[in-house]
Design a protein around this ligand. Sequence first.
Ligand code: TXA
Ligand code: MG
Length: 343
Amino acid sequence: METKIISVSEANLDPLGAAAQLLKNGGLVAFPTETVYGLGAVYNNPSSILQIFAVKGRPADNPLIVHIWRLEQLQELTDEVSAKAIRLIESFWPGPLTLIFRKKQIVSPVVSAGLDSIAVRMPAHPVAAKLLQLTGIPVAAPSANLSGRPSPTRGSHVILDLAGKIDLIIDAGPASNGIESTVLSTIHEPCVILRPGSVTKEMIEDVLHETVDISGNQTEDRPVAPGMKYRHYAPEAPLFLVEGDNGKVVSEINRLLAISPDRKAVVIGSTENIGRYHNEWVLDYGPRRAPEIIAARLYEILRFCDQLPIEIIYVEGVDTGGVGLAVVNRIRKAAGGNIIHVS
Ligand code: TXA
Ligand code: MG
């Protein structure tokens, strides 16, 4: 299949008319959002939705997020919007917060992977908002990467993963946040963060005036986002995350580099520490004190590793405050079980 690629900017949204038409006809369109690029299809066309799963190689038990551009569209998807959900919507929509609601019967179980709940988000990116407005139908969209790969933060990442497999890729430059939205269940009491993101636990608690839970691993008896159980966000080479006391992390990575000098490695670490690693390849993920910057760069750096002649990746741990929690969550997933703790 030939994939059309178009560049769109906020100043020229004209090409979006044709993109919306493609979606309405059942096509698959990759589009930018402020978090990561999404791979969209109208939510009410089950065969297009199935096509999304096929193209990504996505496990069938992993539900999709439905994207809307105005609040009225929420009524198509759910008729249970709690007072708490309304407060969160008022504070964070449009933006990088996905809310889980009870699903209306008419919404196809293909979208929700058989669950009786539905994930909904109103993206803030002007290109996404305009595309959704012109389409007029809510758009189901997972991140526009092959399953297991880092989410795309640039049009070029989508082209690498999906060109030849979908109808259209809309390139609008780098995504500003760089990691996927926070996923929050409003149908649990208290609310539960199923996937941390740039709307942080602290920000949500400030609005709700109560403590919210954070979902642990799928092994615990707590609700989870089905997608979080898979190894994810991963570059090709094995990735080792080294966490713990900052100074000791640097020494531990240097020790690991020294014990297998023939194994070509890359180190990914903070601006403050990159000068302290003894290795040919050292990549700077940003300052320790600015996890938003690390979030914005992370996936691009992980994808860049695939272009390096290396066999192993060592990543310096990040502090978990604020958006740091989401960053650590993604790096841990990319590491699979390869987490080394030094103290
Ligand atoms: O920022 C984002 O959220 C991006 C952009 C494109 O909007 N989308 C995205 O979608 O990251 P995806 O499919 O890669 O991740 C959706 C996550 C998965 O972990 C999935 O299991 C979870 O949300 N999810 C979706 N529907 C759910 C539901 N009904 N209950 C619990 N978790 C759900
Ligand atoms: Mg994804």
